[in-house]
Design a protein around this ligand. Structure first.
Ligand code: CAA
Length: 389
């Protein structure tokens, strides 16, 4: 039985900054951000969009009544959780009207946890083939003003419905994962901002990639010639290029040219959104499937997931015939092109806003700054209130 991705939804807030303008204000050559880092625009999350509302908005794009009845597992991958106890999955389950006899859980391991969620979903569906699982990857990447990580911020969510006989991507059951306790990127409980050892994190990412790929090759007996395209975790698009270069260093000219040919379509959305941590690999997959040429039936895509701290995994999937009919290309292009550009001053104000860290109630402006069906409308008596517009 094939198990995999049946539908993919995406949401990003409706405001962004232009990377060239950020560079000007920071006194940096704009080419460093647009070429050196590889980012054109950066999505900015107003206070009224958090990990929960963004995930609910991404899920609402794809859920229909049949899905709502069949989903019995909601897995919420994030490193931007909003409560130490209650999982974001419970709110999303409610906000998207999924039938009540379902499990709802949040998973954490930096940018990796949506991949763990996919693996759990596959195990669940193999035991219960009639079930569907909603997998969410949702995050706000925040390093702070004037930091090295600032050009790699972003915000957004990807929602995937996993099922038997999927219509988009059947996921292979062989994969290789790896764990090592390192401090390349983390966010202590006291901090709104991530801490990062930038250069070390780049190196750690590449070390993980090389190691899991080499082991995957041994175990699966596949090599680059078996892959039509590759997708990577994309903290910034230049990192995706570094990953591709590392894997194709000793490849045949034919393999290298084919795989490099898919790089631009596979980062088209990421370039305009920035890092969305758990969702970044899946935004790259979405970008490849919607912005690249139509792939042949059963073309194999390799996927590398990396979550600092660190866990990495290389796995793969094959595209299903007619997958294009189930993509929402026009909707995603409209979502990105209808956003409003913020001035750098407006962005700086938003980035420094935070919900009260004490018991104060707050009512948020949900009219102007946050398109999307679901918004965080306020916090009352320490309870977060989400509103469906
Ligand atoms: N024109 C063109 N290119 C230029 C340039 C110019 N004028 N000036 C600089 N560049 C190039 C540099 O040569 C460099 O390219 P290479 O990486 O190919 O050598 C690139 O621009 C970046 O320049 P620096 O290395 O000087 O940049 P930096 O020190 O300011 O920081 C960073 C870069 C380390 C990625 C930093 O943005 C950062 O810390 N980001 C957050 C951490 C991160 O994303 N790590 C990725 C791996 S970890 C992970 O994947 C998990 C996750 O999601 C966080």
């Amino acid at each position: 039985m094939e198990i995999g991705i049946d539908k993919i939804g995406f949401y990003t807030p409706d405001v962004f900054i232009d990377m060239e303008k950020l560079a000007e204000v920071r006194g940096v050559d704009p080419a460093k951000y647009t070429i050196g880092i590889g980012q054109e625009k950066q999505a900015v999350a107003p206070l009224s969009q958090d990990a929960v509302s963004m995930a609910a908005n991404a899920a609402l794009e794809v859920l229909d009544e049949e899905d709502r009845e069949a989903i019995d597992f909601v897995l919420f991958g994030t490193e931007s959780g909003v409560d130490h106890s209650k999982s974001g999955a419970v709110w999303v389950h409610h906000l998207t009207d999924i039938q009540k006899y379902a499990r709802s859980v949040e998973l954490k391991q930096a940018c990796y946890s949506a991949t763990a969620a996919i693996k759990m979903a596959m195990g669940h569906i193999s035991l219960h083939p009639e079930s569907k699982v909603l997998v969410l990857g949702t995050d706000i990447a925040k390093y702070g003003l004037n930091t090295g990580g600032e050009p790699t911020q972003g915000a957004g969510a990807v929602a995937m419905i996993l099922s038997a006989n999927p219509r988009i991507l059947a996921i292979d059951t062989d994969s290789v994962s790896m764990t090592e306790d390192i401090s390349d990127f983390w966010r202590p409980l006291h901090s709104d901002y991530a801490y990062v050892d930038g250069k070390f994190s780049n190196q750690a990412y590449l070390n993980f990639l090389t190691e899991v790929w080499n082991r995957y090759k041994e175990k699966s007996q596949r090599d680059l010639s078996d892959f039509e395209a590759l997708c990577f975790h994309v903290p910034y698009t230049k990192m995706g290029k570094k990953a591709l270069k590392a894997l194709t260093e000793n490849a045949s000219e034919e393999d290298a040219a084919r795989l490099m040919g898919y790089y631009e379509p596979s980062v088209f959305y990421n370039k305009q959104v920035g890092n969305i941590y758990t969702g970044s690999l899946y935004l790259s997959l979405l970008s490849l499937l919607e912005q690249g040429p139509e792939l042949a039936e059963n073309a194999r895509i390799g996927l590398f997931s990396y979550g600092s701290g660190a866990v990495g995994e290389f796995f793969s999937g094959t595209v299903k015939p007619g997958y294009r009919e189930h993509m929402l290309k026009e909707e995603h292009e409209a979502l990105l092109s209808n956003r409003r550009e913020l001035t750098i001053e407006e962005y700086e104000n938003i980035l420094q806003q935070a919900l009260p860290k004490d018991e104060t109630d707050v009512e948020l402006d949900t009219q102007e700054a946050a398109a999307g069906t679901v918004v965080l409308s306020g916090v009352h008596s320490n309870v977060r209130n989400y509103t469906k517009k």
